[in-house]
Design a protein. Structure first.
Length: 643
């Protein structure tokens, strides 16, 4: 005889709730939002039978135990309203917990049943009315000033012999439903929303070598100019002592002259490693003063986190087990063919002593966090274990949730995405090499596809010390201007490296993207000026004034009838911006920019004000004539107002 099957006790809930969305990889990673965002959470809520359901969104801020609650409403697009959505605002960085609760609504269930019976002509509803009166009386007691009198009056009328219509009034049913006891309430599974500072999504970056600006003191003197130009982040390449062994000379020469400063990425010497400061740049006190003054000016100082060492780094001597050695005992220098870095050793993350290495790196990051640094640009994170980054970023942000990590990973798309899932709040992208209309539209489309915007945020750098594209080398100032407009208006975060405002375009040799006399290996005299700076400053001001340019995911490309012109709309919270850019730096082009009726709104026609020069143009649904001559300005950045 077969054994009697076990029966669950208590019985399983009759209401089923799916895990809350948004979520990434079935909840393995959290979706990302920023402080101040209104977060929409949805879940499927179903129950057997025909009872009406109600649901609520519950959320809990980081470091708190108490759940707050927001109402949820069914999405009529789903059969039976099975998909429910609710919205709440996040006001602090860190992990926010979310869950959905649902229960049977006896009032709405009763009202639906009685309405159908009345419509069918049933006369004797005394039993139903007695049941309904009990429901509504309980709701009236709980409602008090929130519809309590309305419910009580309807109950009194029906109790005095009136027909049930008073209790079936939509206003009465809605008021009673809000306050009915939560019969059979069920809690769904929890999810997490990772909330970051606004700087994780929106910001204007400027990269500079402090040694070319007179050290920390010189950068500190330039802070008012950077603030006036609208920059939010000053990114400094490694500021640590530079090794002497195999030091690189000017132009990446493998032999250095006595006065060559070497590459800042060859980190470490007898003067210290990743927690030390190069003495030519200043003292720790001067660095702390720079960070404090920058914060006062509304600017964050970002440090480069490059997990590599020069042969002179103290770790090479103290922790030889952290480096992979050949059978002959030598350590291979770093290479990325055809590039060779004879002055750099890579760390071995497969070392048997990997836990100690992880702890040492965590100590480095927390040292700079203690110095006031809240932004790190991470060099080549794709060459280190992704699990390491998940641990490191999670550990750092659990102690200081304001910290932002930018991934400099020019690698396979899937690896870039996994790094973002692991915790990087921003990423470099391949925008730098996308130049044609088709390339730009296709690439931005890739970045906006699927659930990628839930966790991957781009930073559109126009150049770097390693990247001087052929487009910039050949296009002259109009190409620089066009790239600045594209980067600043396509992505909420964009960046530039010193010299871009001067339209520096001389390559080391034909076919190379390396700068002639690269600043990586030499000291330059730098200051914040140059012919392109007024445009850059204006773009940064426009970005701060237009909410539509501060979001990600709201890019919509428009037809131009000319592949040399690219156009796109950015809309958000009533802010409507249209950008048109001439991609040809050598010739004027004209076209018709198609403005869709669904974006035009009820007013139809608009006045479009070019925020770059103040000129105004009529703008209407359908084709709008545009002509852009690179000699006069390669772009329109237009704010659409009323008719």
């Amino acid at each position: 005889m077969a054994p009697r099957p076990a029966i669950p006790d208590p019985p399983p809930p009759r209401i089923l709730i799916s895990p809350p969305a948004p979520r990434v990889d079935c909840g393995r990673y959290p979706a990302r939002r920023c402080v101040g965002d209104a977060v929409t959470v949805s879940a499927q809520v179903v129950r057997d039978g025909h009872d009406h359901l109600r649901a609520a969104l519950q959320y809990r801020a980081p470091g708190t135990r108490r759940w707050a609650e927001a109402p949820m409403r069914p999405d009529d697009l789903h059969e039976g309203g099975a998909r429910w959505s609710g919205v709440f605002e996040v006001d602090a960085p860190g992990p926010w917990a979310v869950r959905v609760v649902a229960w049977v609504d006896p009032v709405a269930t009763w009202a639906d049943e009685v309405r159908r019976k009345v419509a069918a002509g049933q006369d004797d509803l005394s039993g139903e009315l007695s049941e309904g009166v009990a429901f509504f009386r309980a709701a009236a007691r709980r409602a008090r000033d929130d519809g309590g009198a309305l419910i009580a009056d309807a109950v009194s009328a029906v109790a005095a012999g009136a027909p049930p219509h008073a209790l079936l009034d939509d206003r009465v049913v809605a008021a009673a439903s809000r306050h009915c006891p939560r019969s059979g309430e069920v809690q769904g599974p929890e999810g997490t929303i990772a909330v970051d500072p606004v700087l994780a999504r929106f910001g204007s970056w400027y990269e500079l070598f402090p040694r070319s600006w007179g050290g920390f003191a010189g950068v500190r003197e330039a802070l008012p100019a950077f603030a006036a130009a609208g920059f939010d982040v000053l990114y400094l390449p490694p500021i640590h002592p530079i090794g002497v062994t195999h030091r690189k000379g000017r132009g990446n020469s493998p032999v250095a002259e006595p006065d060559d400063p070497g590459s800042p990425w060859a980190i470490g010497s007898s003067e210290g490693g990743h927690m030390a400061i190069h003495p030519d740049l200043g003292t720790a006190e001067e660095f702390a003063a720079l960070v404090a003054d920058a914060r006062e000016a509304g600017i964050a100082i970002a440090l480069d986190l490059a997990l590599q060492c020069s042969p002179d780094h103290p770790w090479v001597r103290k922790h030889p087990e952290w480096f992979r050695r050949r059978p002959d005992g030598t350590i291979a220098y770093a290479e990325n063919p055809p590039k060779r870095y004879q002055d750099i050793y890579n760390l071995d993350f497969d070392s048997p002593d990997w836990k100690a290495l992880w702890r040492a790196i965590h100590k480095v990051v927390m040292h700079w966090v203690g110095m006031g640094v809240r932004v790190f640009r991470v060099d080549n994170p794709h060459t280190k274990p992704i699990g390491f980054w998940e641990w490191l970023i999670g550990s750092v942000r659990s102690a200081e949730p304001e910290v932002v990590f930018l991934s400099e990973a020019f690698t396979r798309r899937v690896v870039m995405e996994e790094l973002a899932k692991a915790g990087f709040q921003q990423s470099y992208t391949y925008f730098t090499w996308k130049s044609t209309r088709w390339q730009l539209e296709a690439y931005v489309g890739e970045l906006l596809a699927g659930d990628l915007p839930e966790y991957f945020r781009p930073n559109f750098f126009v150049n770097t010390p390693d990247i001087l594209t052929a487009e910039l080398q050949d296009g002259g100032p109009p190409a620089f201007a066009a790239r600045a407009v594209l980067a600043a208006t396509l992505s909420p975060s964009w960046g530039m490296y010193s010299g871009f405002e001067w339209c520096e375009a001389e390559a080391a040799r034909p076919g190379s993207e390396e700068y002639l006399d690269s600043e990586k290996y030499a000291v330059r005299e730098r200051s914040l000026d140059g012919p392109l700076l007024p445009l850059v400053s204006r773009l940064n001001a426009i970005r701060r004034d237009c909410p539509a340019l501060q979001q990600w995911g709201n890019v919509r490309f428009l037809d131009t009838r000319n592949d040399s012109l690219i156009a796109y709309a950015r809309t958000w919270a009533g802010s409507r911006v249209v950008v048109v850019v001439n991609l040809d730096p050598h010739h004027a082009h004209e076209g018709l920019v198609d403005w869709p009726h669904d974006l035009a709104g009820a007013e139809g026609g608009h006045i479009a004000t070019d925020l770059l020069d103040g000129r105004q143009y009529p703008w209407h649904p359908g084709g709008n004539y545009v002509r852009l001559d690179p000699a006069d300005g390669p772009a329109h950045v237009m704010l659409l107002g009323g008719s």
